[in-house]
Design a protein around this ligand. Structure first.
Ligand SMILES: CC(=O)N[C@H]1[C@@H](OP(=O)(O)OP(=O)(O)OC[C@H]2O[C@@H](n3ccc(=O)[nH]c3=O)[C@H](O)[C@@H]2O)O[C@H](CO)[C@@H](O)[C@@H]1O[C@H](C)C(=O)N[C@@H](C)C(=O)N[C@H](CCC(=O)O)C(=O)O
Ligand SMILES: Nc1ncnc2c1ncn2[C@@H]1O[C@H](COP(=O)(O)OP(=O)(O)OP(=O)(O)O)[C@@H](O)[C@H]1O
Ligand SMILES: N[C@H](CCC[C@H](N)C(=O)O)C(=O)O
Ligand SMILES: [Mg+2]
Length: 501
């Protein structure tokens, strides 16, 4: 595609100068000057640390045919002596987010409009719900692509994800690849960061799901209202073209239902709604009851534990019904759903194991509370909770999580969870600040030691709940990422405790 044709798709671009680069073929797109290849179009995005547009020179030096930058970066560029001597094509766009999204969509031939898109947003439950939807679509023989925290995948393809929601260029490229592989549906986790940064701008969603909103990411969002406003974008007419599926039990879900202009299906585990459950029984072997839906009622059972997982199940069934999956097919298939890696994942080495060990991705106050409450019924002895909080992230959630662990678990071991560039000791102090003086936590910065201590100190019948990292197979210390997997650590500690079969 020639640059001039690509630029014709972008609203808010200044009048273009007469420049030979306009007729050049665009070979690729990049927002990172450091990986720019000859023939690329460089899109310089303003970020939290720098304005990418300020790197136009490095992009051009690497062979970019042109740079699109913010008006501020463009003004700086044209007063630069290097600009006068080279006269490269540096174009200013008033709305860089919109420009990037529009260019990416056009370059890959508008793939989003060829997929039925399902977007799932909310503080917790996105990964679980998207996996359930993917599972149901597979049973209903609607080929689907999954985009989320764990990976991007479809039949015959799987790649570890860098972000929960890819940035616009990667996203449109992956949509195009998914269509080429025969996918009809795109099931996506849509993070609040992605909505705030316009990663999914221009994508038409057939279904938008809202799971819940509780505290997280207050390092990035100004306050809870700002966080909610970002999530609510997915339900605005700019994004949502079909149906909203919204959790009626969440106060922010209720707000969203009130302000929704689109068709809505509500779901609830506590009260009548478009999809809800009566005659509920929660147990160690999952949940069962009578499922009520717009397509009729059926007796329902799932091995997933906890009320929060029932919420995820109801949301997934609602999406399935909207995409015309058969209710009976879904109800019959869901008992076979195996769960999601790192979500309430049991670590079990052999029949002599005398304690339960569960690895879970709870890294917010709400999810830690849900997880501990869900685990309680199937732990006969004491509950020992091992957890920490991420560095360079919302600091205010740390004491809240400390308090929840101290209140709901019998013993608490505070440890490190991706300290990143923060002092690990300061993070541990922030967590301990929320623990009442009557509770004596064990504080062990080294996560391997913390897990080993919990497992070796446990008495028969106790449960060790290791929260925060779930599927992650790394620990980020400073700017270095080292291999670390809670499940491997737990298994290795269990072999010291339990004799072989
Ligand atoms: C807060 C956030 O989302 N940050 C993302 C953002 O970083 P930034 O705004 O600081 O970027 P920056 O360093 O100022 O650079 C601005 C631009 O200049 C470019 N640049 C920079 C330097 C240079 O030499 N040349 C150059 O071209 C960069 O490529 C970038 O496009 O743009 C970067 C490049 O695209 C992302 O990698 C980075 O994600 C960071 C790593 C991150 O941790 N993001 C997390 C918080 C995130 O997005 N999480 C959500 C899930 C949250 C949830 O649980 O719900 C997700 O969707 O993954
Ligand atoms: N619907 C839910 N409501 C509250 N907590 C949940 C829900 N579903 C899962 N959880 C808890 O939250 C943790 C994270 O779940 P999941 O990975 O599905 O959420 P997510 O929204 O994808 O998280 P992230 O934003 O980090 O990608 C789980 O390990 C579990 O403890
Ligand atoms: N998507 C979340 C993941 C947090 C996982 C936890 N292990 C941590 O590092 O804080 C975030 O970016 O805040
Ligand atoms: Mg996720």
């Amino acid at each position: 595609m020639q640059l001039i044709d690509l630029l014709a798709q972008v609203p808010g671009i200044e009048a273009l100068p007469d420049h030979s680069a306009l007729s050049a073929e665009v070979k690729g797109l990049t927002t990172n000057s450091l990986v720019c290849q000859p023939g690329d179009l460089f899109i310089g995005m303003p970020g939290t640390r720098v304005d990418g547009g300020d790197f136009w020179q490095s992009a051009i030096a690497s062979g970019a045919i042109a740079a699109i930058v913010s008006p501020q970066a463009a003004a700086k560029a044209i007063s630069d002596p290097a600009f006068k001597s080279q006269t490269p094509l540096v174009i200013s766009a008033t709305d860089m987010t919109q420009a990037c999204a529009a260019i990416a969509a056009a370059f890959y031939d508008f793939p989003a409009s060829k997929l039925k898109l399902v977007g799932v947003t909310g503080t917790n439950g996105k990964t679980t719900t998207t996996h359930l939807i993917e599972f149901l679509l597979e049973k209903g023989q609607q080929p689907a692509a999954l985009f989320g925290t764990l990976y991007t995948r479809w039949q015959g393809f799987q790649q570890i994800a860098l972000h929960t929601t890819p940035f616009a260029i990667d996203l449109q490229r992956q949509f195009a690849a998914a269509i080429a592989a025969g996918c009809q549906v795109g099931v996506m986790e849509v993070s609040s960061h992605a909505l705030a940064q316009g990663r999914v701008r221009g994508c038409p969603f057939e279904v938008s799901v809202f799971t819940n909103l509780t505290q997280d990411h207050l390092d990035f969002h100004k306050d809870m209202d700002d966080y909610f406003a970002a999530k609510a974008l997915l339900f605005s007419a700019d994004y949502l073209k079909g149906r909203a599926v919204i959790n009626l039990d969440d106060p922010y879900g209720q707000r969203l239902i009130e302000q929704s202009v689109q068709q809505v299906w509500s779901y609830s585990t506590q009260q009548p709604a478009d999809l809800w459950m009566s005659d509920l029984t929660y147990g160690a072997d999952g949940v069962s009851g009578m499922l009520h839906t717009p397509q009729g009622d059926m007796s329902f059972r799932s091995p997933l534990v906890g009320q929060f997982n029932l919420e995820n199940l109801l949301a997934a069934i609602a999406v399935g019904l909207h995409l015309e999956l058969d209710l009976e097919l879904m109800v019959n298939a869901l008992p076979k759903f195996k769960g999601v890696p790192g979500r309430m994942e049991q670590v079990h080495i052999n029949s002599r194991q005398d304690i339960s060990v569960i690895v879970d991705y709870a890294h917010t106050p709400d999810s830690l509370e849900n997880m501990l409450k869900a685990a309680r019924p199937f732990i006969a002895g004491q509950m020992i909770c091992v957890f920490g909080c991420g560095g360079d992230r919302d600091r205010t959630k740390r004491p809240l999580m400390g308090n929840i662990a101290a209140t709901l678990a019998d013993r608490v071991i505070v440890t490190s969870d991706n300290p990143r560039t923060e002092d690990p000791v300061r993070i541990l102090e922030d967590v301990v600040a929320g623990i009442p003086a009557s509770v004596q936590p064990i504080v062990l910065s080294d996560r391997a030691t913390a897990i080993r201590t919990a497992i070796l100190q446990a008495n028969p019948g106790d449960g060790v709940l290791i929260a925060g990292k779930g599927h992650e197979d790394y620990q980020i210390l400073g700017t270095e990422k080292i291999h670390f997997d809670d499940r491997e650590q737990a298994r290795s500690a269990l072999t010291k405790r339990v004799a072989p079969d």
